[in-house]
Design a protein around this ligand. Sequence first.
Ligand SMILES: Cc1cc2nc3c(=O)[nH]c(=O)nc-3n(C[C@H](O)[C@H](O)[C@H](O)COP(=O)(O)OP(=O)(O)OC[C@H]3O[C@@H](n4cnc5c(N)ncnc54)[C@H](O)[C@@H]3O)c2cc1C
Length: 378
Amino acid sequence: MNNIGVFQRCSNCGACYNLCPVNAISVKEDELFYRPIVDTEKCLNCGRCQTVCPVNAPQYKQKPVRAYAAIHDDERIVRSSSSGGVFRALADRTLEAGGIVYGAAYADGVQKVVMTSSEQVPLDQLQKSKYVESLVGLSFRDVKEQLEGGKSVLYCGAPCQIAGLKRFLGKEYDKLLTCDFSCGGMPSHKMYRQWLDWLAAKLKAPVAGVDFRPKTFGWRSHAVNVRGENGRTYVRLRGEDAYFYCFVEKHISVRDYCLECEFANNHYADIILADFWKHRSISKVANGDKGISLLIANSEKGERAVSAIAGQVALTTLDLESATYNLREKQIKEGFKEARSAFLEDCRSKGFILAAGPRKYNWKFRLKYRIKTLLGRN
Ligand SMILES: Cc1cc2nc3c(=O)[nH]c(=O)nc-3n(C[C@H](O)[C@H](O)[C@H](O)COP(=O)(O)OP(=O)(O)OC[C@H]3O[C@@H](n4cnc5c(N)ncnc54)[C@H](O)[C@@H]3O)c2cc1C
């Protein structure tokens, strides 16, 4: 086994192991992250994994066509979505047309996140952001089969996963609609699991549900709501919880690849979604802190799909240049890489919870943080 060559820089997008004719590539776990590994005994040295890789051989370039602020008409859907509920509108439309929807859902209870389909789980389980690295598995092969069988497909995943899917398919399918999001990176699944263990001890029961974007304190505040099997809950704002803090506030728990992600500026998807945080400064759209999506049609097909959901979603056209602020490459601050390396080293030696410094999240800190956040000063 080795992980040489193309896998030196890898987003784990899934293109190679979906394409490999002899299934020589599999995803293993190292101390903190998932890593695709080649079984050299099975490998035919055909080189297809290297040419299909969107990191190794980038080629695609789509341009945003139009940008919108978008809010689903059904308030219950907005509440059960991370931002404005656009994904659910696209998904409903696909199902109405007899199609199939792929997205991220929890698996093994809540121990991992996998890309799966509306044939496997109800649609509401595909909604909402799960802030942990997801596994595409062999879902791309399944998508190809569905498309070849004449079915419409909506696939919504991270930008690297959509790049992987498109490169795996190798050609455009009229019946395929792809959707990704402005991605702040994929956090380590190992840190996530250690956090779940810590929560289980705190709640005195295994964790039964994780909701990363409950709108308990409003959309802008970002909270997490965890439920134990005994019905007890753990609800925190993003700065009050070690896992959320390391991801949303500090970005230090994400994979190496995410720090230099080339898909931040090169989205292969037809539609790009994001939280429309700047709704006040670049538009007059408001929704009482319930959530607004920034929706970018990134192809003519994407633009047609937007027109098709106009009956369920309130759309306001935005200035394209100002609206794509979210998609520009994020600047890495000085000293960030060194601080992150030290944190990862601590995670390896002491475990995530001790590395993240749980003392910081005591009641005094939380009280101060909560008051400041609710007064809008954070
Ligand atoms: C890891 C991650 C990081 C993000 N970072 C940012 C950011 O920095 N800035 C920003 O504006 N928006 C970010 N988003 C996107 C944002 O949180 C919303 O998902 C987006 O605005 C769509 O909201 P919605 O209400 O339309 O749909 P939702 O119902 O929230 O749908 C979300 C879609 O994302 C998919 N998804 C959820 N979790 C995962 C996962 N782990 N892997 C792959 N696909 C997943 C779901 O399948 C679903 O299709 C991020 C999302 C994720 C998952």
